[in-house]
Write a protein that binds this ligand. Structure first.
Ligand SMILES: Cc1cc2nc3c(=O)[nH]c(=O)nc-3n(C[C@H](O)[C@H](O)[C@H](O)COP(=O)(O)OP(=O)(O)OC[C@H]3O[C@@H](n4cnc5c(N)ncnc54)[C@H](O)[C@@H]3O)c2cc1C
Length: 431
């Protein structure tokens, strides 16, 4: 466990540390919480993250990848623009303000956002890296977390920010790992791949697109991009679509019944779960450049293909069997990159706590408007969760657009007073 805050020590050699609040995960969700927390209370908070150090989806970062959200959507600005951890303060204090402005990015490089998170993490000094929380239990003193099998800390309240992980579809099993892998492994495997061999990228979202662009930029000449939907969709970034990412809309969603809310959230998914428009343009232009030099397009776009199974042929090639809107299809490739979406990471509750936590018909945690989880025997101790409540809190729940607003709502609830007023009244839309 890397120690970043004086007083936090390895639990196998020292007594268990006590905190007012423990956060599991030190991604943007809990960093935003920690940033606001530090300015409103002298109580102690610590975050625990299994990563060895700072980072943000690091395996998927490389030059050229861009953010899907604007720079004002940082850890703090939406509720506290005078906070020292604004993105603007990061730019000024790191001396890169003018260079970035004059580069006139439509969307920021993701690497820059990662650097910003590293800068903020260092200033917060509350993150314990290399700390895989493998159990959360309820004790007489509150929540106890176990790190690497050893009780490490106890707290009054718990905030889950455990995020998501890449889906590994069943058809990857049985294929050679050095030639068939998830997009997170592409950077590590790229050098050993055959640039002229047929290479499939499966997944029509942003990560699929970025994998295709990365292969194209590395000189691959036969890339086949397969996606389940009928076309590769860009994000709807219109003003109306952005109205869905406001506190007033989240509040409106809370007032709907579950079925209606779910339908509205599903209907609006392409305002967020899709490709950055500039990314598709970059692909089309690079593909056209490839056509001019090779006499054929290096990338073939294959939308409407849902890969069901795969098998390894005697010659070492990989056969993919897909359903389509008409007849099934087969694609034979040598190499395979999978970007099939992300799934929630389950909180490591022990059996007793898992029994106490209430879930809905889909098995998802029941999350209140203040992001608290309903559980039996709360006794003043609260569990909050970020990113586990898509169908209660909408699409903002999965992204960066409302980070400080969510954190402010949690703090208002935790300290039972309106520390941060959440006002969003200047709105022309009546939902
Ligand atoms: C490649 C990529 C790009 C994205 N770009 C954007 C974007 O531009 N704009 C946008 O709005 N959204 C974007 N998103 C979606 C979303 O905003 C991010 O996934 C964001 O990082 C979510 O923050 P988080 O803190 O909730 O979770 P995460 O960032 O996933 O952090 C969760 C952390 O919890 C840790 N953890 C999990 N379980 C444990 C455990 N048991 N013990 C200890 N630590 C644990 C993990 O190590 C991880 O560091 C992107 C997602 C991806 C995958």
């Amino acid at each position: 466990m890397t120690i970043t805050e004086p007083g936090i020590r390895r639990a196998d050699t020292q007594p268990v540390s006590r905190y007012h609040t423990i956060g599991i995960g030190a991604g943007p969700s809990n960093l935003s919480l920690a940033a606001l927390y530090k300015n409103v209370t002298s109580e102690r908070l610590a975050l625990f993250d299994s990563r060895p150090g700072t980072g943000w989806h690091t395996p998927l970062l490389y030059p050229g990848v861009r953010m899907q959200t604007g720079w004002m959507k940082d850890l703090v600005s939406l509720v506290d623009p005078r906070h020292e951890l604004t993105f603007l303060n990061y730019l000024v204090t790191s001396g890169r303000l003018y260079a970035l402005i004059n580069s006139q990015f439509d969307s920021l490089p993701r690497i820059e956002y990662e650097r910003y998170l590293t800068w903020a993490t260092e200033r917060l000094g509350v993150v314990n890296f290399g700390a895989q929380v493998d159990a959360i239990s309820l004790t007489d003193e509150g929540f106890q977390i176990t790190v690497d099998g050893v009780p490490a800390a106890v707290s009054e309240h718990l905030v889950l920010g455990v995020g998501t992980r890449a889906v590994r579809p069943a058809y990857l099993g049985g294929l050679p790992a050095e030639r068939a892998f998830i997009a997170d492994d592409l950077g590590q495997r790229l050098a050993a791949l055959d640039r002229t061999a047929p290479t499939a990228v499966i997944g029509g979202g942003q990560t699929g697109l970025e994998s295709v662009l990365r292969l194209l930029g590395s000189g691959f000449t036969d890339v086949r991009w397969l996606g389940r939907n009928q076309w590769f969709r860009s994000i709807d970034d219109s003003p109306m679509a952005n109205e869905l990412y406001r506190p007033s809309h989240i509040q409106y969603l809370q007032g709907l019944n579950r079925g209606k809310r779910r339908q509205m959230i599903d209907d609006s998914r392409y305002s967020g779960d899709a490709i950055t428009p500039g990314g598709l343009r970059a692909l089309y232009q690079a593909n056209y450049d490839g056509f001019l030099s090779l006499g054929q397009f290096p990338v073939t776009l294959l939308p409407g293909r849902d890969v069901q199974t795969s098998d390894l042929l005697p010659d070492g090639n990989i056969r993919l069997c897909c359903s389509t809107s008409t007849l099934p299809e087969e694609h034979v490739v040598r190499q395979l990159v999978v970007a099939a979406g992300r799934e929630h990471v389950a909180a490591p509750f022990d059996d007793d706590l898992r029994e106490r936590v209430e879930v809905d018909d889909d098995g998802d945690l029941l999350v209140e408007p203040d992001y608290s989880v309903r559980w039996k025997g709360m006794n003043g101790h609260k569990i909050y969760t970020f990113n586990a409540s898509r169908y209660s809190h909408g699409l903002t729940n999965a992204g960066l657009t409302q980070l400080p607003v969510r954190a402010a709502i949690v703090l208002n609830s935790m300290f039972e007073r309106e520390i941060y007023p959440i006002a969003d009244d200047v709105c022309a839309v009546r939902w």
